[in-house]
Design a protein around this ligand. Structure first.
Ligand SMILES: [Fe+2]
Length: 219
């Protein structure tokens, strides 16, 4: 048995680890949703950051991402007093990790394989799919993301504000385009539609296809 196999077998369930560490955190730094004015926000935020560092520092990148995705899925169990900060940072991490993963210098073209077939089945053809993503991206007022998500066995297109994550809605993001101004303003100024049109040239469809396969497998 290899060292990797031993390590994997001894590694605790990530979800259990998250629950345990967050439970420990709130045992040490209790937060009352009913009395938010009595909370020392700086102390809680600093302590939460320390706990999140403890959560993530000793893990590999894939493990970190899995934990953050799980935290987003269970965002409603995070006390309301600090929930928005957890969304801003955790959602921002999850969204951008996906974003860097699905782009590359030799991207573009049309999706093939199971993902290509599923897109055609759901949206008619690839041109129709791109038009709907563009509609979601340009229709999002202010900052946010346009998404292709897997939800209850279906592919859907929608958008979220700021750093909200589809995981918060029980959906798995397959592809997402960042429509914060920082993603396009230097080159496209206020022309968000032009940025979205150009963005397709850098999409790594192999990576998007892998995300779809993992979603189908319930990973
Ligand atoms: Fe961004």
């Amino acid at each position: 048995m290899s060292d990797d196999q031993i390590e994997n077998e001894e590694r605790p369930c990530l979800h259990c680890l998250i629950v345990e560490l967050i439970d420990n955190f709130f045992a040490e730094y209790p937060v009352s949703n009913e009395e938010p004015d009595t909370m020392d926000t700086d102390e809680v935020t600093t302590a939460l950051a320390k706990t999140m560092a403890e959560l993530t520092c000793s893990r590999d990148e894939a493990g970190r991402q899995t934990m953050i995705e799980q935290l987003m899925r269970e965002i409603n169990s995070v006390p309301e007093a600090i929930r928005q900060k957890v969304i801003n940072n955790g959602g921002g991490h999850a969204n951008h990790t996906m974003f860097w993963e699905i782009m590359g210098p030799h991207g573009g073209g049309d999706p093939t394989g199971p993902l290509g077939d599923a897109i055609k089945a759901a949206f008619g053809d690839f041109a129709g799919f791109k038009a709907k993503i563009k509609e979601a991206a340009t229709g999002r007022f202010g900052s946010g993301w346009a998404w292709l998500v897997h939800s209850d066995g279906k592919l859907l297109i929608n958008s979220t504000a700021n750093q909200d994550s589809p995981y918060m809605n029980g959906q798995t993001p397959i592809l997402g385009v960042d429509v914060w101004e920082h993603a396009y303003y230097l080159r496209y100024q206020n022309k968000r539609p032009d940025y979205v049109d150009a963005w397709w040239k850098v999409v790594n469809w192999n990576a998007v296809g892998q995300r779809y396969s993992h979603a189908l497998a319930g990973k």
